[in-house]
Design a protein around this ligand. Structure first.
Ligand SMILES: Nc1ncnc2c1ncn2[C@@H]1O[C@H](COP(=O)(O)OP(=O)(O)OP(=O)(O)O)[C@@H](O)[C@H]1O
Length: 617
């Protein structure tokens, strides 16, 4: 329950006076409700409409004037008062409900924004160690349970206020009966704690199953092409059947618990009411008016107890969802990129890009993904990337090329050693500015289901069509986009599924160039291009040299042919570093081995446009 209290505290500090005003309104409204219903019988009795007398201290005297009137006038007065009180209470209740929803939804809105902000400010390592589908599950399914949980907490608070006030009024009417009802309620609530505990245990199962379901369907639809091509539909269907069966079972179990506790309350209510009436009639010779009071008090209070118990059980089943959101927020907060990362995301001012003068350096850098592993992904790496030159990083698969790029971009931090910009450590404001000067193009770029224009404006929301076409010309994407019937307004599907791999890469390169970056990082970003388009990109990179620092991982010989510097990585270490020609001539070097002995490097005349994959060596 502590975790729920954490969010309730957040709710009270977020909503402030509004929440307290609403609670005060609830008190007044429940008083009116209590007066309207509970005092109806005594009023009728005092007015002489019901035979006999139900004694309520001080109320008798206050309403004794009704006896002066004829019965019909008294009845109109009593019912008129009842109507006024009830209608006022209904109107007030409606207003309070609307305000409640407003407070609740504003809080959920804030919670959602806060969670996104914290997640966006978390460092890259946070994501490396987590299943993305778990994060998505927490932000969707669990967030929705938290939403209902907060609503239920507010509803339960209201119910408790109503109940306490009605207990007060009932005590006024008949203290012994009310006390008996309350004691029975408390005993039953204590007995029902087992239902709440079972609900919480089931809630944990719900979160686990929900995570498995989200992970499974994410994997399934990410790999739907493989599923269809390799005829894996049957095995996937079996998996869905198994998981959906567990979900069905879990929901059934939850309903079983809930209905069992409701049944217990309802049976108790029948047994208690019978016992009360029997005791009153047989032992205390109570009159019919008192019987009515017993029934009224019981029928007003008992459903409230049932309702509070049902809410407790449901909130208990949501506790694991509250915990899941809490832990996601806590961990993303703990793993924030830097102290001001959160504030930075809120800060809408544009950060000025860094004007690098000398270049990027790494000094004796060590990095490993898990501290318990003995091997390093990067080991004692020292290098210099001169400003406005093109540096290529090559090596076999798993050599550490992408890790080195992530480290240079400040996404991951070295375990030992330093990354330097113009000789100074890459931290604080400098890191922020440095990030703003980079355009990064991965092999599998991020394209969303939208138009080409929308995908481009993602990085430069204010770019004009003229600037967009200029960038697309540079990335050799303009020609294919012009041929599309809707040109920039063409929808490209999920992850750009409606265009080819090569077209996707040219489009994403155009998007990177639209930002006019001072540092361009291409991580195998030209792998899907044909020779003609690759040559075009090569020309673009040549044009950018002298104006932009270019960092390239490429498995194609032609892409790095004009690089000013080639860094050769092997098992996390730099084994060669120099310009292309020099490395190609080093007979025993790994670079030459990677290129393949077939080529005539002494004349530096490799076959034009030939595609060569380092990784196969
Ligand atoms: N998220 C990760 N968690 C654990 N180990 C990782 C992770 N990413 C990479 N590695 C390991 O770190 C080493 C370097 O990987 P990296 O991706 O940098 O190589 P690469 O040269 O870019 O390979 P490729 O050319 O195949 O993309 C490899 O041994 C790899 O298994």
């Amino acid at each position: 329950m502590n975790i729920v209290l954490h969010y309730v505290k957040q709710l009270t500090s977020f909503s402030g006076r509004r929440l307290y005003f609403n609670l005060a309104g609830m008190v007044v409204s429940s008083l009116l409700d209590g007066i309207g219903i509970l005092l109806l019988i005594p009023m009728l009795s005092i007015s002489g409409i019901v035979d006999g007398n139900v004694s309520i201290p001080s109320m008798d005297e206050a309403l004794s004037f009704l006896r002066e009137f004829p019965v019909s006038t008294g009845l109109i007065l009593v019912l008129g008062a009842y109507l006024v009180i009830s209608v006022t209470q209904f109107i007030m209740q409606r207003k309070l409900n609307m305000q409640n929803v407003d407070i609740h939804q504003s809080f959920i809105h804030e919670l959602r924004l806060r969670s996104y902000r914290e997640l966006l400010s978390a460092k890259w390592e946070f994501y490396l160690n987590r299943r993305k589908s778990d994060i998505i599950n927490t932000l969707t399914a669990e967030m929705s349970r938290v939403n209902t949980g907060v609503h239920l907490c507010m509803q339960t608070t209201t119910s408790i206020i109503f109940t306490v006030i009605q207990i007060g009024l009932a005590l006024w009417i008949s203290a012994p009966i009310t006390l008996l009802v309350v004691i029975s309620g408390v005993l039953l609530a204590l007995f029902s704690r087992r239902f709440s505990k079972r609900s919480m245990a089931l809630g944990r199962v719900t979160v686990e199953l929900s995570q498995q379901y989200m992970a499974g369907i994410t994997d399934l639809f990410n790999g739907i092409k493989e599923v269809k091509s390799n005829r894996l539909e049957h095995s996937r269907m079996k998996w869905v059947q198994m998981l959906s069966g567990k979900l069905r079972q879990e929901q059934r179990e939850f309903t079983r618990i809930r209905t069992a506790s409701q049944l217990l309350y309802k049976i108790s209510s029948a047994v208690l009411i019978a016992a009360f009436i029997y005791t009153s009639v047989i032992f205390f010779q109570s009159r019919p008016e008192q019987m009515i009071v017993i029934i009224v008090i019981f029928s007003r209070l008992w459903p409230r107890f049932i309702n509070i118990q049902a809410n407790f059980e449901q909130v208990s089943s949501f506790i694991p969802a509250f915990r899941s959101l809490y832990e996601l927020q806590k961990h993303s907060n703990e793993e924030a990129e830097h102290q001001s990362a959160l504030a930075e995301i809120q800060d809408l001012r544009r950060t000025e890009p860094l004007r690098m003068k000398q270049g990027i350096g790494c000094r004796n850098v060590y990095f490993r993904y898990r501290s318990e592993e003995s091997g390093y992904a990067l080991e004692n790496v020292s290098l210099q990337i001169p400003v406005n030159q093109m540096t290529a990083i090559v090596g076999r698969s798993g050599a550490g090329k992408s890790t080195l790029i992530d480290l240079i971009m400040g996404l991951i931090q070295p375990e030992e050693g330093e990354v330097l910009i113009d000789g100074k450590p890459l931290t604080g404001e400098k890191l922020k500015q440095f990030r703003h000067s980079i355009s990064y193009v991965p092999q599998d770029p991020f394209l969303f289901h939208g138009s080409i224009r929308d995908n481009l404006l993602l990085v430069e929301p204010d770019a004009t069509d003229e600037r967009i076409w200029e960038a697309l010309e540079l990335s050799a994407a303009a020609s294919f986009i012009r041929q599309l019937p809707q040109r920039l307004d063409t929808l490209i599907g999920d992850r750009g599924i409606k265009i080819s791999g090569g077209e996707r890469q040219r489009l994403v390169l155009g998007r990177a160039l639209l930002r006019k970056p001072s540092i361009l990082v291409l991580d195998e970003a030209t792998s899907a291009l044909d020779t003609e388009n690759e040559t075009k990109i090569q020309e673009v990179l040549d044009q950018l040299r002298g104006k932009t620092t270019i960092l390239v991982i490429a498995h194609r010989f032609s892409t790095i042919r004009n690089a000013d510097q080639v860094i050769v990585l092997d098992q996390g270490r730099i084994v060669q570093n120099g310009d292309y020609k020099q490395l190609a001539l080093e007979q025993r070097g790994l670079f030459r081995k990677l290129l393949g002995a077939r080529r005539d490097f002494d004349n530096n005349q490799p076959y034009e446009g030939e595609v060569y994959d380092w990784r196969s060596n």
